[in-house]
Ligand binder design. Structure first.
Ligand code: XMP
Length: 514
């Protein structure tokens, strides 16, 4: 997948994998030699935000088109390909955005074979391909675009003006599959079973008889990474779970009981609640809280790791590796380089520094989140963990606006549990990105309950919809559901007399309040 604009390429790469074909993303600045070093069986050129006419628009090494590799161009990639191979791209002044009807004019060619003559596609372009390159057949047109799809079966070069990767394009996935399977001849070999088998072999090769440590957070990534490594090397892996006391209700049990029972991993829990609460005592500033939690997490983990190193030495063994649950989007966004990806610095709070004295094992480094979930299910990781929403490393510590105390944590935990129960009961949790529940511990308001006046704290609901947490919109939850949540919290959680809804998108608000 050659990337002309990040958000397009990741989605296309996922769709290619859904077709059972492994894909990797390279930037459009990669040379033909860089690309061949990966030994690709086919190339896909992604869409992108630019016009091929704009000065400085993303270009591709022209030698790529001399390679003996099938190529499929999408949107901007389709136009780049048309121009490079001798077709014509023009600024005709007509644009197509959104839902556009495409007419198939050649369905004997395998790309659009078996598809309806007119179909809904999703477009986003100003320039048009007005003449296909010599030797290419025009496969589809639209009202504004004389050449909306073309192909040359002899060289296996194809392209479409529309976005086959978006769900709104009715036959999009089918077009990708025709290219990959029928035209290039690739088999459907990329699936969870094969990934597990390959990783198990690779991990065994790397680790030998050394011991391995994994920091478990209870989240999807570290749990699946641990289960995968455990499948490979069994009890050579020891997982460390730091309970910082800032977890949600039931999370420790989920890890200690459910995860351990279903995977068989060896787990060491460090109960550091007192230590964290002690350090957080009197602290109100959000950044200070984050720093304290991050620092104490690393110290606690390092002590636990040192114990395991000592224990291994007594058995004449050596702890050499640390498992990290790095995912492919992190790798792509950090430029695809080696080592641990740095996303936003605060995202590493609750994570580990990369200067620990261990080599990293990152078994999820080539995977997207949905693939990680699928692999987790195959490995028997409990559904509650596999389907879990993102939860920040600093936990409830950054969801209490004000000082963090044991009583306030109990109160927030009770409210958060009610919200999760209601979201699960209505199935809404499967549709939203996450729903932080925040306690405004420094705010009080007057209320009336029973016969008496109350002076309690508000709870904020922050349901958001998002694809990647970089931007988000507040989710329009059903009023009935909101009413149930509000009734239950104010009735069941002593000290809370008001529930409010956060209706801010990101930007300008962040998802978390601190
Ligand atoms: P913000 O608040 O920046 O959050 O809009 C974006 C996403 O990141 C999560 N988040 C964190 N995750 N450690 C984490 O592992 C952190 O320190 C952290 N802070 C925020 C947040 O829940 C949301 O999904």
């Amino acid at each position: 997948m050659v990337d002309f604009g990040a958000q397009y390429a990741q989605l296309i790469a996922r769709r290619v994998r859904e077709a059972g074909v492994y894909s990797e993303i390279v930037p459009h600045t990669a040379t033909a030699a860089d690309i061949m070093a990966k030994d690709p069986l086919a190339l896909v050129l992604s869409g992108g935000p630019a016009s091929v006419y704009e000065p400085g628009s993303p270009e591709l090494d022209p030698a790529v088109f001399d390679l003996d590799v099938p190529i499929f161009g999408i949107c901007y990639g389709f136009q780049v390909m048309a121009q490079a191979l001798g077709g014509e791209v023009a600024q005709t002044g007509s644009r197509e955005y959104g839902r556009t009807e495409a007419r198939v004019v050649n369905n004997t060619d395998p790309l659009l074979a078996g598809q309806p003559d007119t179909q809904v596609t999703w477009m986003s372009h100003g320039d048009q391909v007005v003449a296909a390159p010599p030797g290419f057949s025009v496969l589809a047109t639209t009202e504004a675009t004389p050449v909306a799809a073309f192909g040359d079966p002899a060289t296996k070069r194809y392209g479409v003006q529309w976005h086959p990767e978006v769900r709104h394009t009715d036959w999009g996935q089918n077009v990708l599959e025709h290219f990959l399977h029928d035209i290039v001849g690739l088999a459907r070999e990329w699936n969870a079973d094969n990934v597990i088998a390959d990783q198990v072999e690779a991990i065994r090769d790397t680790v030998g008889d050394a011991r391995v440590i994994c920091g478990l957070s209870g989240g999807v990534d570290s749990s699946v990474a641990a289960a995968l490594v455990h499948r490979a090397i069994g009890d050579q892996l020891v997982c460390v779970f730091v309970d910082h006391g800032l977890l949600r209700a039931g999370e420790r049990e989920q890890v200690e009981r459910d995860f351990v029972q279903s995977t068989g991993v060896r787990l060491v829990t460090v109960d550091a609640t007192k230590r964290f609460l002690g350090e957080l005592s009197g602290v109100v500033d959000p950044e200070s809280k984050r720093k304290i939690i991050g620092r104490e997490f690393i110290r606690t983990f390092e002590q636990a790791a040192a114990d395991l190193v000592r224990e291994a030495a007594e058995d004449d063994a050596e702890v050499r590796f640390l498992v990290q649950g790095t995912l492919y989007p992190d790798v792509v966004e950090s430029g695809g380089g080696a080592g641990t990806a740095v996303i936003k610095s605060h995202h590493n709070v609750g994570g580990l520094p990369d200067d620990l004295e261990f080599d990293l094992i990152e078994p999820l480094r080539t995977l997207f989140k949905d693939e990680v979930r699928e692999i987790g299910r195959q490995l028997g990781v409990p559904e509650d963990i596999v389907a879990r929403h993102p939860f920040p490393g600093p936990g409830l510590g950054i969801r209490i606006v004000g000082e963090v105390t044991a009583e306030r944590l109990d109160l927030l935990r009770a409210a958060d549990l009610i919200v999760r129960e209601e979201l699960t009961a209505t199935g809404v949790d499967g549709e939203i990105w996450q729903c932080p529940v925040v306690l405004l511990a420094d705010v009080r308001s007057v209320g009336v309950q029973g016969d008496g006046r109350t002076y309690g704290h508000p709870i904020v609901l922050r349901p958001v919809s998002s694809d990647d947490a970089m931007t988000a919109d507040w989710t329009r939850l059903e009023h009935e559901l909101l009413a149930n949540i509000s009734n239950r919290i104010t009735n069941e959680v002593a000290g809370v007399n008001r529930v409010v809804l956060d209706i801010t998108s990101k930007p300008p608000g962040t998802i978390e309040w601190e």
